[in-house]
Each structure stands twice: as C-alpha cells, then as structure tokens.
Write a protein that binds this ligand. Structure first.
Ligand code: AMP
Ligand code: ZN
Length: 116
C-alpha cells in the first residue's frame, strides 16, 4: 500500500522516532508547527477517524496512553501540550493514516482556527 506512514512504521522511510511499543510509534513532524511537534500513529493502517472500526477503539486508547507517557518523557507534561487529530477535507488532513499531532514547547495559540 502506498502510505507514507506505513512506510515509516516498516522503516523503509526514515523518521526521528521518539517512542515505539507494540501498537504505536511517535516521531518528529518534518514541518514542525511548534517547538515540539510529534506525530503519534498506530502501526495498523487506519485511514482516518471516519474509518475507525469498533474493534479499533482500544487502539485509539493506546495512542492517548502513549501521548501521556511521551509527554512525561519529553518533559512537557506539566507545561502542557495539545493533541490534535485532523479528519477529512475541512480539517486539512493530508496523510490518510490516522495520526495525532502532539504540540508543545511554548504557549500555543487559541483554538480560533477559522481561515480568513
Ligand atoms: P495532517 O494535515 O494532519 O494530515 O498532517 C500530516 C503531517 O504529516 C504534516 O504536519 C506533515 O508535516 C507531516 N509529515 C508528512 N510527511 C512526513 C514525514 N515523512 N515525516 C514526518 N512528518 C511528515
Ligand atoms: Zn498507512
């Protein structure tokens, strides 16, 4: 399958990995939008939030569990962070392998993200 994040999971495309367990990996976003910008993804290919099947919900929990651990390990658990999932055209989703952005390292802007 021609999925860039599946290739990162396989290791055929390099990434700056910060976390890996049985279900999940996390790596640095190549175009960081904050001082710390990580992507947390399941190893299983799921295209988007719209494609999560009932049996996948524990995996979504695993992503959140990884986020909590990564935040501690990266030293930003106390200063704070934002976890973002984009789904579909209006969100600007460009990679169709479900992923959560973990943004941190400075005071983040508000949630007024309406385009001009
Ligand atoms: P989204 O708009 O939520 O689909 O965001 C996809 C994210 O993946 C963007 O922030 C990209 O910068 C990031 N990205 C795309 N290709 C790579 C890659 N090879 N390694 C790391 N991050 C990537
Ligand atoms: Zn994939």
């Amino acid at each position: 399958m021609d999925c860039i994040f599946c290739k990162i999971v396989e290791g055929s495309i390099p990434s700056k990995k910060v976390f890996e367990n049985e279900h999940v990996i996390a790596f640095h976003d190549i175009q960081p939008a904050a001082p710390l910008h990580l992507l947390i993804i399941p190893k299983k290919h799921i295209a988007s939030m719209n494609d999560v099947e009932p049996e996948d919900w524990p995996l979504i929990g695993e992503i959140h569990r990884a986020a909590q651990q990564i935040a501690r390990e990266q030293g930003i658990a106390e200063t704070g962070y934002r976890l973002v999932n984009n789904c579909g055209p209006d969100s600007g989703q460009i990679v169709f392998h479900i992923h959560y952005h973990l943004l941190a390292g400075e005071k983040l802007g508000g949630l007024n993200v309406r385009s001009a």
